[in-house]
Design a protein around this ligand. Structure first.
Ligand SMILES: CC(=O)SCCNC(=O)CCNC(=O)[C@H](O)C(C)(C)COP(=O)(O)OP(=O)(O)OC[C@H]1O[C@@H](n2cnc3c(N)ncnc32)[C@H](O)[C@@H]1OP(=O)(O)O
Ligand SMILES: O=C([O-])CC(=O)C(=O)O
Length: 377
């Protein structure tokens, strides 16, 4: 019999060393390679932040230009991948399609069998560009719209919006989207990153790890919460209900309100500070403050009643809706950013690997349980 005692949900367990991301959940601090997220959100770009996550330091101007060029050059999909996207039912959810097509991509990747450090960086570069392309392309295919060729002169954020909408995005939208990508890029051992590291630790390839990570991100307790938040706001709006009364009713029924609570943060999630501001200013600029105002009322009420803070998913919902993005693209867009963090963790895992294999606190029948022959059962 096991004598170990399990910690439910591995809460508070330190499972690895990592030099990528540091969080102080009590103080509400998040940093990538030691640099505060507020500073990165204000001053960095997704390309620069990705470089920081992968290589452990901020790039020089030359390194950044070269890295950005590599990411832009990697905006390429084998025609068979595009045929594959076209072959899928248009009713498939973008998250199912992303999970399946990232797995499919490995078959066409030149470095598929190589998990050396350099091959991992090459694959991470391609994957980062391709994940964004897959999300944009499938959305257009399912809507019967012509696919839009990647524009290698645009930034990662700008190209995504271009491939999604087919129109050159305005600067404020590109900037808001780029900031959202920085904010979502990494978050230590969150569930999807942990899943990626467990897979990578078997020495499986980065495509396998990212496929598993996408599966983990999909759930409503993790990345899927941003979609759930917007479905809640739409439901309140459709019912013409008072947001506070609606949420009070959910809480009374012991239903968890998506976009609130966090395993690590015991205070404001520093990413929510930015997304709240973005939701408000974009809503005002678009002449549609409704989603922000509804969100704010809910936030204040949940905080007062349950002492729960809004997490990264709460205001990303109204922010993306104001940017004109469809609700079922919210979680795939999380992956468009988080691919940078997943890749950093897979590279770090492969660079200094040990199989991840914890134990379970066994609660089944006592050993030795009798084997009863089938005719006697
Ligand atoms: C990118 C991300 O992944 S951010 C998180 C996205 N997920 C969500 O927004 C989903 C809603 N939130 C939750 O389900 C949780 O807060 C999680 C999954 C994020 C964290 O979970 P845990 O650390 O396991 O906390 P747990 O679920 O045990 O909750 C602790 C207590 O707070 C309550 N609680 C936590 N979150 C919420 C919530 N969103 N709404 C209402 N009550 C909540 C729980 O009911 C529980 O109460 P109890 O002790 O009276 O039973
Ligand atoms: O860290 C977590 O558990 C979830 C989270 O906020 C993230 O993945 O961004």
């Amino acid at each position: 019999m096991s004598t170990a005692v399990a910690t439910r949900g591995l809460e508070g367990i330190v499972a690895t060393t990592s030099s990528i991301c540091w969080i102080d959940g009590d103080a509400g601090v998040l940093s990538y390679r030691g640099i505060d997220i507020h500073e990165l959100a204000a001053k960095s770009t997704f390309e620069e932040t990705t470089y920081l996550l992968w290589f452990g330091m901020l790039p020089t101007a030359t390194q950044l230009a070269e890295f950005s060029k590599q990411l832009a050059e990697a905006r390429h999909l084998d025609p068979k991948v595009i045929d594959f996207l076209r072959s899928l039912p248009t009713t498939a959810t973008p998250m199912e399609v992303l999970r399946t097509s990232v797995s499919f991509l490995s078959i066409y990747d030149a470095d598929d069998a190589d998990s050396s450090h350099d091959a991992n960086v090459r694959k991470a570069t391609r994957l980062t560009s391709q994940v964004a392309m897959l999300v944009a392309l499938f959305d257009r295919i399912r809507k019967g719209l012509p696919v839009v060729e990647a524009d290698k002169t645009l930034t990662h954020a700008g190209n995504f919006l271009w491939m999604l909408t087919g129109t050159k995005p305005i600067e404020t939208a590109v900037q808001a989207f780029d900031t959202a990508l920085i904010l979502h890029a990494d978050h230590e051992l969150n569930a999807s990153t942990f899943a990626a590291r467990v897979i990578a630790a078997t020495l499986a390839d980065i495509h396998s790890a990212v496929t598993g990570a996408i599966g983990a991100l999909k759930g409503p307790l993790h990345g899927g919460a941003n979609e759930a938040v917007m479905r809640l706001l739409f439901a309140i709006d459709k019912a013409g209900a008072d947001p506070v009364e609606y949420v009070a009713d959910l809480l009374a029924k012991k239903v968890k309100v998506s976009g609130f609570g966090h395993r690590v943060y015991k205070t404001e999630d520093p990413r929510a500070t930015h997304l709240r501001r973005m939701s408000e200013s974009l809503g005002k600029a678009a002449g549609n403050p409704k989603w922000f105002e509804m969100s704010r009322k809910i936030e204040l009420y949940v905080k007062e009643q349950k002492k729960l803070n809004a997490n990264v998913d709460f205001y990303s919902a109204s922010t993306y809706t104001t940017l004109g993005i469809d609700i079922d693209l919210f979680t795939p867009i999380f992956a468009v950013s988080r691919i940078s963090g997943w890749a950093a963790h897979v590279i770090e895992q492969h660079d200094d690997n040990r199989l991840i294999r914890p134990r379970a606190d066994y609660t089944g029948p006592a050993y030795p349980a009798p084997y009863i022959p089938v005719e006697s059962r």
